[in-house]
Design a binder for this molecule. Structure first.
Ligand code: AGP
Length: 606
């Protein structure tokens, strides 16, 4: 939602903060700001727009400050303005915040009785006012008092004017990771801002307070006891969090899919024929007594869940429902100890998905999460976690994380089927073979890039577009639609192809593009009938098939032949085609591929 960074050490803090904010900008880019200690107090510089605007405002010379905080904002309370940008200062307190203070109105009313009024329209400034109103020289005592009054999700970095070179941090529901290095102490919303200083880090535990000084980070719990958080390590390096010669992070991450799939799949295959999740600490016994599965997630992660439903029901023949997490958490869902709840999340911090997980834990369901960020909240609060090893995904539009999520779902479904003896050893070996074939097939699909760029050029002026598919191609239609919408701003809808004629066909007029996914042999002839229905009304058809099959050329304008795979495994290659179509359509339309308007990479608020 927002990007946060704090540093105190032996470097020029302005450079550290600005570099960190550039790395964190994908988390929110409405405005940016920094605050740092100078000889005569705390200086704050902030601006609307991108970090580049802030860099222009921060003069490189000036005295060498070594302690400060920085923030990139995705606006929740209060519009995008300089005043509403972080950091916010009130009296002795300067702070930055990621999250939502849900009781800020009540706090504002109480503070007004003390004659204290905010200048911004943000909930964050109210938090600064509260902390300042409680401050009498002891930051830890003040913070604890404030924590007992603050309701909602938050991650704060706080400077007290009379505590130079020290940063106090706390979190409840929003992420904060930290590391100690020879250059100093660093804390941030995620690892991409720390990796330059250390590959070893820790997650600040919920409702704990971190005190950062140049040479130490002291973590204490609410009772003031010193805590040593678990050390974590990242395998990737700084270049992984940079574009690596690609024009955009999204294109880089699309092209990283053969490697992210290899890293996610291969360590979980034994003897080339069996799944092996023992390294993930997921025993076969978790599937005992499971009589239904719920998959809950948001956005693209939820679309991975839709594929998972088709797969698990096909292999294991038990009912699976896929729930939008923001709905699931409020629908008083039916579940018990015989329910397996699978949560899927790239960031591992999506507030709605985290809440759905917590509800599942409360209901004694067995919980397995599929997550890309090690040590993230969803990973830590699940009974079991199956990590995708996709590396950092910076572009707001999820690509390599999505296909890595699919590969985890395929492995989990296979393990589940094996544990329930729903699949023979021969079938299991064949499944593993097909799963391994996905990697070279995705590599081959990437060679369609130029063809897809050309096809996308015909979508440049499109206002409305439809994706249609049957069976496993319907979840892929949903994924293709969100990918296109969120970065090209073309309105698109995904439709189960057989459903189109029950209303929406009325919208199919001359020239409307329809991307028809027809990779499933068992419903292929039905798909061709649906394509003829839209064709008869003048649709421009982009047809995607599994392999280069003989076709009646009158039913399509463009044909994309995927490298052939077993029908059950075409989601991987189809996804790459849809990602590239969305990417190039956006380029032709001249929009910002990596940082689409109104969005942020990780939605850590409701
Ligand atoms: C994906 O392209 C979107 N940016 C978005 O739908 C995303 O998948 C969703 O917000 C869930 O995020 P998560 O995987 O980090 O939980």
């Amino acid at each position: 939602m927002c990007g946060i960074i704090g540093f105190t050490g032996y470097l020029d803090v302005k450079n550290v903060l600005l570099e960190g904010l550039e790395a964190l900008e994908y988390r929110g880019y409405d405005s940016a700001g920094i605050a740092f200690f100078e000889q005569d107090g705390i200086k704050t510089i902030k601006t609307t727009g991108k970090v580049s605007n802030l860099i222009d405002k921060v003069e490189k010379n000036g005295n060498n400050s070594t302690c400060g905080i920085g923030h990139t904002r995705w606006a929740t309370h209060g519009g995008v303005s300089d005043t509403n940008s972080h950091p916010h200062t009130f009296g002795n307190v300067t702070l930055i915040h990621n999250g939502i203070i849900e009781n800020y109105h009540e706090l504002e009313t109480e503070l007004a009785k003390q004659g204290k009024y905010p200048v911004s329209q943000t909930d964050t400034e109210i938090a600064a006012m509260l902390i300042d109103s409680l401050y009498h020289g002891d930051p830890m005592d003040t913070i604890k008092k404030a924590m007992s009054q603050l309701e909602g999700a938050y991650a704060f970095c706080i400077l007290f004017a009379d505590q130079p070179d020290v940063i106090y941090c706390l979190r409840n529901g929003s992420p904060l990771v930290a590391c100690q290095s020879k250059e100093g102490s660093v804390i941030a919303s995620d690892m991409v801002a720390l990796i330059k200083y250390s590959k070893e880090y820790f997650v600040l535990p919920e409702l704990h307070i971190a005190k950062l000084t140049k040479d130490n980070i002291e973590v204490t719990n609410f009772d003031g006891e010193i805590v040593i958080p678990q050390k974590l390590y990242v395998k990737w390096d700084m270049s992984a969090a940079r574009k690596g010669g690609y024009e955009h992070f999204m294109l880089k991450e699309i092209h990283e899919q053969p490697s992210s799939l290899r890293s996610t799949i291969m360590p979980r295959i034994v003897n080339g024929s069996l799944p092996d999740l023992s390294g993930d600490g997921i025993p076969d016994t978790i599937f005992d007594d499971i009589n239904r599965v719920i998959i809950t997630a948001c956005g693209t992660a939820m679309h991975a869940g839709l594929v998972g439903r088709v797969l698990i029901e096909k292999l294991i023949r038990i009912p699976v429902t896929v729930e939008i997490a923001s709905e699931f958490r409020y629908q008083d869902p039916i579940m018990d100890e015989n329910t397996l709840v699978i949560t899927i999340s790239q960031s591992g911090e999506t507030a709605d998905t985290l809440a759905a997980l917590r509800l599942s834990n409360e209901n004694k369901a067995k919980t397995v999460s599929i997550v890309n960020v090690k040590g993230s909240s969803i990973a830590r609060e699940s009974n079991y976690v199956l990590y995708t090893h996709a590396g950092p995904e910076i572009a707001v539009a999820s690509t390599k994380a999505y296909t890595a999520q699919l590969s985890c779902i395929y492995l989990l479904a296979l393990q589940f089927a094996k544990a329930k003896k729903a699949i023979s050893d021969t079938e299991c070996t064949s499944f593993i073979h097909h799963l391994q074939q996905v990697i070279p097939a995705v590599e081959k699909t990437l060679f369609l890039e130029k063809e897809l760029d050309e096809i996308s050029s015909h979508l440049k002026e499109t206002q409305d577009l439809f994706f249609i598919g049957r069976g496993i191609d319907y979840p892929l239609s949903c994924e293709g639609s969100i990918k296109l919408k969120e970065i090209s701003y073309i309105h698109s809808e995904a439709y189960a192809a057989g459903e189109l004629k029950h209303g929406t066909l009325s919208l199919i007029i001359e020239g409307i593009p329809v991307i028809a996914l027809a990779t499933q042999a068992n419903v292929y002839s039905k798909m061709i009938s649906n394509i003829r229905e839209v064709r008869a009304r003048g649709a421009m058809v982009i047809l995607v098939t599994n392999g280069d099959i003989a076709l009646d050329s009158s039913i399509f304008d463009y044909h994309i032949a995927l490298p052939e795979l077993d029908d059950m495994f075409t989601p991987f290659t189809t996804a790459v085609v849809l990602q590239l179509l969305a990417y190039y359509t956006t380029l032709h339309r001249g929009y910002n591929v990596d940082q689409p308007r109104n969005l942020a990479k990780s939605v850590t608020v409701e």
